[in-house]
Each structure stands twice: as structure tokens, then as C-alpha cells.
Design a protein around this ligand. Structure first.
Ligand SMILES: [Zn+2]
Ligand SMILES: [Zn+2]
Length: 176
């Protein structure tokens, strides 16, 4: 889906409403694929103030991700707001104010799908947890502790683990 920004400017429209559903199926995520089982909802607007173009929208997406603790797959509901100025890529060098959130576009066209994919991509949390009290897997037998307890006794490390450099030093001192 492309939006022709030249037309918006020419027709002196100062607002374009965005309200659509987008089928993405999957999103590439560091070589992995995140499944997007239902359509992504986008609502918001593009608007012009003083010849500058802005976007504000809400992106809601269901993402099929794995729990960082128990590894089970679950649906993570992503709900993100995007507020940014749209800047022509060609004009960046002259633009000295790069502090605001900026989204770049080329040739008076904004590729909304790419922009939305990127917004989802950067907002996927590094750790996704299926539920707050997920107990995760036993580090010894690998059982899902949400499903059943196991009999493993996890022994606390009693001996102090010595820094290998200090261990070497201790050896040297003892040799003396
Ligand atoms: Zn979990
Ligand atoms: Zn266990």
C-alpha cells in the first residue's frame, strides 16, 4: 500500500485518515519468522502542519511468539502508537533537526506496509513471557513446571567459584 504524498500536498488536503486491516502473515525477525495469524489493525491519520507531514497511528497486531521461560508458543498482543514526522530521504542532509522521530520516504511516496512492518519489528520485546507467573522449564530435566512439578533437587552452588585469574595467582603463591 502506497500513499502518494504529492497528491496530498497538491490537493491541499491537510489530513488523510488511516483505518485499515493488513494481512502480513509473517514478519522477519533476525532470521526467524514471527507468525501474524490475524490481520493487523491500523488506525490514525497523516496530516500536514506548516508544509510538514506527520503520521500518528495505532498498530495492533497478534504475534505468535515463544515464551522465553517455558518455550511454549502463545499470542502476544502488540499495541503500539507511532508518532513521527515524515521526511523525504533526499532532503535529510539539509535537515538539521533530527531529534524528533522521523520516518523517511522516497519519491513522494510512502510505503505504509514497510513502515508498519518495521514498527512491529522494533517493538517486539526481547523477552516475551506467556503469563506473569510462568514457572518455566526445570534446568535439570527440562519439564514444564507449569504442567507438573519434578523431583529434581537443584543444589545451590556451595563452593565459591574463583575467578580463574585469581586461581592462577593462588597457585603461584602456593608454589613459592
Ligand atoms: Zn511460559
Ligand atoms: Zn526437573
Amino acid at each position: 500500500m502506497k500513499i502518494d504524498l504529492a497528491t496530498i500536498k497538491k490537493e491541499k488536503k491537510n489530513q488523510v485518515d488511516l483505518n485499515f486491516l493488513l494481512n502480513l502473515d509473517t514478519i522477519d525477525y533476525y532470521g526467524d519468522e514471527i507468525k501474524v495469524p490475524s490481520p493487523v489493525s491500523v488506525t490514525g491519520k497523516l496530516y500536514v502542519i506548516d508544509e510538514r507531514l506527520y503520521i500518528t497511528c495505532n498498530i495492533k497486531a497478534d504475534l505468535q511468539v515463544g515464551c522465553s521461560r517455558c518455550l511454549k508458543s502463545f499470542t502476544y498482543e502488540l499495541d503500539e502508537k507511532v508518532n513521527a514526522e515524515l521526511v523525504r530521504e533526499e532532503s535529510v542532509i539539509e535537515n538539521d533537526n533530527l531529534e524528533d522521530d522521523l520516518i523517511f520516504y522516497q519519491n513522494d511516496e510512502i510505503e505504509l506496509v514497510e513502515m508498519i512492518k518495521e514498527s512491529i519489528f522494533i517493538n517486539v520485546p526481547l523477552k516475551t513471557i506467556c503469563k506473569d507467573n510462568c514457572k518455566g522449564l526445570c534446568v535439570q530435566c527440562g519439564k514444564d513446571l507449569n504442567v507438573e512439578d519434578c523431583q529434581c533437587v537443584i543444589e545451590e552452588e556451595e563452593e565459591e567459584i574463583l575467578d580463574p585469574r585469581l586461581a592462577k595467582l593462588k597457585e603461584l603463591l602456593q608454589d613459592d
